[in-house]
Design a protein around this ligand. Structure first.
Ligand code: SF4
Length: 279
């Protein structure tokens, strides 16, 4: 059976930098405890591996009193970073440069008197961090319905979660242009690596009999890849590891395609392709 792997599958550079930094800190001989607020990446297999190496994954800063705090690629609200500095923690900031750019834009808009609309998922850590950079005054919109309910006047700036849907973002901007703002500034801050990943995943999904999307169930870009691949190939399946694969999916298939979210490591992709090849 032919296997086609989409370009840009697996770790993006932002996630890779976070994982590499944590691994190198844990392998260092220092006896300092290394902590991360929230999952270091939205992939349970990678997180478990890092925990086995000694990473302390905590829910909040209240759970860290000493040692090193790693800020993951999604970033942290400035208020939390400030408190971590007050606690005299060693801070290793691996916030992705693209996410930092969104934070800077949101901060500047807020300082300049714009109401900041953040297109994204309210519970996503990246969005929570961006919200912090608006002095917690931003408006988070996940859906078009939420945009319709926005009741503000004056100057408005809109930014996006880096892994948000480009289509929904464009539709939101279109809806907002109907409102009577004195000024509206639009920043398409969706990550290019996510856009390229989606385009190549669609090409592969169209060309194969069965499509696999590999990645954590909490990973927002993996969920989005699954949604778009399903549109082009109804025989698309989302799995985290080879243990979830049902070989019946490939019974009549001459070819299968694979794409993977930005938090999926190469070793999981390799294990899945090897598992299918052996059967
Ligand atoms: S998806 Fe893009 S913005 Fe997000 S961590 Fe990866 S490279 Fe950075």
């Amino acid at each position: 059976m032919k296997c086609v792997i989409a370009d840009f599958s697996g770790f993006c550079h932002g996630v890779k930098d976070t994982v590499d930094a944590i691994e190198s800190l844990l392998k260092d001989n220092s006896s300092k405890k290394v902590s991360c607020i929230g999952l270091p990446v939205h992939n349970p297999q990678v997180t478990n591996r890092l925990k086995e190496l000694g990473l302390n994954v905590v829910e909040s800063l209240d759970d860290v009193d000493s040692g090193t705090l790693v800020i993951r690629a999604h970033g942290l609200p400035p208020q939390t970073i400030f408190k971590a500095q007050e606690k005299r923690l060693e801070i290793i900031d691996t916030t992705c440069g693209i996410v930092k750019n969104v934070q800077r834009i949101a901060e500047k808009l807020n300082q300049d008197g714009y109401t900041v609309i953040i297109a994204g998922e309210a519970k996503h850590p990246e969005v929570k961090a961006i919200y912090g950079y608006t002095s917690q005054k931003g408006i988070i919109c996940t859906s078009l319905d939420e945009v319709r309910k926005v009741e503000i006047r004056g100057k408005v700036g809109i930014v996006s979660q880096t892994t948000f849907s480009k289509k929904i973002f464009k539709d939101m901007v279109h809806l907002l242009t109907d409102q009577k703002f004195s000024e509206m500034r639009v920043f398409d801050t969706i990550c290019n690596s996510i856009a390229k990943r989606s385009t190549s995943a669609i090409e592969v999904a169209k060309s194969v009999d069965t499509m696999l999307v590999v990645g954590g169930r909490m990973s927002s870009n993996t969920k989005r890849l699954f949604e778009i691949c399903t549109e082009y190939n109804p025989k698309t399946h989302h799995v985290e590891t080879e243990a979830e694969i049902d070989l019946a999916w490939f019974a009549a298939a001459q070819s299968f395609g694979l794409t993977a979210g930005a938090s999926t490591p190469q070793w999981i992709i390799d294990r899945i392709t090897e598992y299918i090849a052996k059967r």
